[in-house]
Design a protein around this ligand. Structure first.
Ligand code: SAH
Length: 333
């Protein structure tokens, strides 16, 4: 807590005044959240000096942390209160998740790219946001087990609204989603559910990265992205994650039983030199315990998201757990 953190707090205050209040934004609860959440912890270390700039910034894997003003607008548009259950799709750095966690009751945050999801989860837990639940998965399918949601906020542009999101919206709830082509014009649409009708209540121009289809990226796309991330990490000591040991408990749902998921996971875990175990759960999911170096665990999580050929993974949920010192190798339980 020296000069530099004071300066960051000052910059955060100026960001709110000059970029948000000055543009006519008045929602006090959202302003208070933006004054509180340390955006500098959600950007890569080399970009900390720009953390409070009036624009999106790169966070790796071709993705960006949204412009502060856009985060304020999105948070206001979904109209959440202290009791609200919110689904956030495309959580990226986790910054929007933290802002939502300040104004809503509970936040379920989905991110397609495992390394980003992992980093966001670590930052959010370090800041003590116990009301944010993160998972790796394709947001176009929503999060059926936790539905309905009072608000759904999508931070990546879709060509059309994924039907699952309408289905998972509570009566009276709001869905905010940028719609349009990847590099073309997009509009931020807001729908309000009224029984079985969905009224479009507002729109404004915007620019977001595309909502990628989970199946289109396949294992290869994400794997390549992961490799480039770990190269960068090794090059620059990115986020200080290299070599750090960790243990996680993972729940994989979808079509994952009767498809050789466990033996394939064991083979992959052994190949990567991880310690852990894998077992089926009585409700049709697969549970894994993984421990080893941080980026190797990340690589395994990436494999878990795809699984063996016959599997259809719909969701991967990850929790930090204590290391189990009694484990040796990787077993099927
Ligand atoms: N609000 C975030 C924005 C991140 S950019 C932030 O401020 O950090 C949008 C994110 O959406 C990217 O991280 C991208 O990986 C993710 N994304 C794209 N398609 C997705 C999908 N189908 N499901 C879940 N996340 C997706």
């Amino acid at each position: 807590m020296g000069d530099s953190s004071l300066k960051l707090a000052e910059r955060r205050e100026r960001m709110v005044e000059e970029q948000i209040v000055a543009r006519g934004f008045t929602d006090e609860r959202v302003l208070a959240a933006m004054r509180k959440v340390p955006r500098d912890l959600f950007v890569p270390p080399r970009l900390v000096a720009q953390a409070y700039a009036d624009r999106p910034l790169p966070i790796g894997l071709g993705q960006t942390i949204s412009q502060p003003y856009m985060v304020a607008i999105m948070t206001e548009l979904v109209g959440v209160g202290p009791q609200s259950r919110v689904l956030e799709i495309g959580s990226g750095s986790g910054y929007q998740s933290a802002v939502l966690a300040e104004v809503a009751g509970e936040v379920w945050a989905l991110e397609l790219l495992a390394p980003l999801a992992e980093r966001a989860r670590a930052t959010l837990s370090r800041l003590g946001y116990g009301n944010v639940h993160t998972a790796i998965g394709d947001g176009a399918q929503g999060w059926a087990e936790q539905a309905p949601f009072h608000a759904i906020l999508v931070a990546a542009a879709a060509e059309k609204v994924p039907p699952a999101l309408f289905a998972q919206l509570a009566d009276g709830g709001r869905l905010a989603i940028p719609v349009g082509r990847a590099r073309g014009n997009q509009v931020l649409l807001v729908y309000r559910r009224d029984g079985d009708t969905f009224r479009e209540v507002r729109e404004t121009g915007c620019r977001f990265v595309p909502l990628v289809s989970g199946t289109a990226t396949g294992g290869r796309g994400v794997g390549a992205a992961l490799r480039s991330l770990s190269q960068r990490r090794h090059g620059s000591g990115h986020h200080g994650e290299v070599g750090r040991m960790k243990a996680v408990r993972v729940r994989v749902s979808g079509r994952v039983q009767g498809v050789y998921y466990r033996v394939s996971a064991q083979a992959e875990g052994r190949r990567l030199g991880l310690q852990g175990w894998v077992r089926n759960t009585s409700d049709g999911a697969v549970m894994l315990h993984l421990q080893g170096a941080g980026d190797v665990v990340d690589a395994m999580l990436d494999w878990c998201r795809v699984g063996p050929a016959a599997a259809r993974v719909s969701r991967v949920e990850v929790d930090d757990v204590a290391r189990d010192e009694t484990l040796q190798g990787f077993e099927v339980r």
